[in-house]
Design a protein around this ligand. Structure first.
Ligand code: SAH
Length: 427
């Protein structure tokens, strides 16, 4: 089934659109009074306030995704994207020996499109996943976005649940239970496949600058010449973060560290090593080479990071070398590989051919082709976005060799290659 989607520019390729609503001066006022009372704040604190302040935060207030918003993401561009991630999840579930319980956990689900497309892949491959009891768990801080997700996934049969960690519950039309949480630690334990698309880039980063006197943290202060404006300053002495978060052998002169991502990855790694499963992280990113990547987007245009805070998105590239380090020894990491490589390995070309063959409407065909180009072209999203995975080490254990006389190799599920990072193959 083909689901109509728009074709629009991503954050990687911006075009202008209508002016979006400004949150007014409340966020700026909140930040300046905070700075006046306690002094300059870290970039991490700035980002956290701007994006997720419970009242005026950018994500908390509403819907910023899509052609009329500030940016567009791969799941919003084409249904193929989420369907292929659905196939990846099924392939990893099979690689783990088809456990009976399967928790799909998505971090930062946006408009719910990725989850909806993943579930469509599940229903298309019903005969494969039949017998597994599947549940969907969404980790989302934004009340406004969680309602949009509920509408898309359940048709609004959700019921609010103010007590306990689950703040919303519902059921998909196929009867699959859906639960919403504010924090990953509230999601029940059990075999889980975690998906985080354009989630880690929204988490707060600390910024550091190498100076003659050692590493100094970049802070946000009020501009003394323009009291309605903020500016970056360097902390005069070491901060807790600059002492703890900069590695002794760091070679870059400017550094961004997302400590919150580190904590989350440690949690994911512990869950995967204890209960089995995998995590797929897809985002803007680099492997420990980039320096200054903090950016802001408004109406699909680059926006100054410190001006009219709360009216625009803030994003920083994910440092996959840091994610790998924080994942530790309990899990095996794969990637980063580019989005283009991942989608090609997952069979995006074959899926496109099938959709085109079944579609005769010229404008839908054109839209299919342009969204394919947007997702895979090296100059668009194909090489800006990367895929990274945490997996249970048993996925890579050598096939059992029997001790019998003929030393026959028995086929174990572990011999299935990890799709996306190598070409997809079903046994
Ligand atoms: N994955 C979606 C949306 C990306 S935008 C897509 O690709 O289209 C980032 C998402 O993460 C939003 O849903 C936002 O509300 C959520 N989010 C941001 N910070 C969060 C946090 N600290 N905890 C939980 N969710 C968060």
């Amino acid at each position: 089934k083909l689901v109509p989607r728009w074709t629009a520019s991503s954050r990687a390729h911006c075009s202008s659109s209508a002016d979006s609503q400004d949150p007014g001066p409340s966020m700026l006022k909140h930040l300046t009074s905070k700075i006046k009372s306690t002094g300059p704040i870290t970039v991490a604190e700035y980002m956290k306030e701007v994006l997720t302040n419970p009242v005026t935060g950018y994500y908390v207030r509403g819907d910023m995704l899509g052609p009329d918003g500030d940016f567009i993401t791969s799941p919003e561009i084409s249904q193929i994207f989420g369907e292929l991630i659905g196939v990846w999840i099924i392939s990893e579930w099979m690689g783990a020996g088809r456990p009976q319980q399967l928790q799909l956990v998505e971090l930062g689900p946006g408009k719910g499109s990725l989850a909806a497309d993943i579930l469509r892949a599940f229903s298309q491959l019903k005969s494969v996943v039949d017998g597994a009891s599947v549940s969907l768990h969404l980790v989302e801080v934004s009340p406004a976005l969680s309602l949009i997700q509920a509408q898309k996934l359940t048709g609004r049969q959700e019921w609010p649940n103010s007590d306990g960690p689950v703040y919303l519950r519902g059921e998909t039309p196929a009867g699959l239970p859906v639960s919403w949480y504010r924090r990953l630690e509230d999601v029940p334990s059990g075999f889980s496949i975690f998906v985080a698309h354009e989630f880690f880039d929204a988490l707060p980063i600390h910024k550091f600058q190498r100076t003659d006197r050692g590493w100094r943290e970049v802070m946000v202060d009020i501009d003394p010449h323009k009291p309605q404006q903020l500016r970056f300053v360097l902390a005069p002495s070491r901060t807790l973060a600059s002492s703890v978060l900069v590695q002794a052998d760091e070679r870059r002169d400017h550094l961004e560290v997302c400590a919150e991502a580190g904590v989350l990855v440690q949690q994911l790694a512990r869950r995967i090593s204890e209960n089995g499963g995998a995590a797929l992280i897809a985002d803007y990113g680099h492997d420990g080479t980039k320096t200054d990547t903090l950016r802001s987007f408004k109406n699909h245009q680059l926006h100054h990071v410190l001006s009219s805070p709360g009216s625009a998105d803030l994003t920083a590239d994910v440092d996959f070398s840091y994610i790998r380090r924080m994942a530790g020894e309990g899990v095996t990491c794969l990637g980063p590989v580019t989005q283009k490589t991942f989608l090609k390995n997952m069979g995006v070309d074959v899926r496109m051919q099938v959709l085109l063959r079944n579609c005769s409407d010229p404008s839908t065909r054109e839209q299919l082709i342009s969204s394919y180009d947007m997702l895979t072209s090296p100059t668009k999203m194909g090489e800006r976005f990367h895929f990274f995975s945490l997996l249970h080490p048993s996925r890579f254990s050598k096939p059992v060799i029997s001790t019998g006389l003929n030393l026959e190799r028995t086929k174990s599920p572990a011999s299935l290659p990890v799709a996306g990072f190598t070409e997809l193959s079903f046994p």
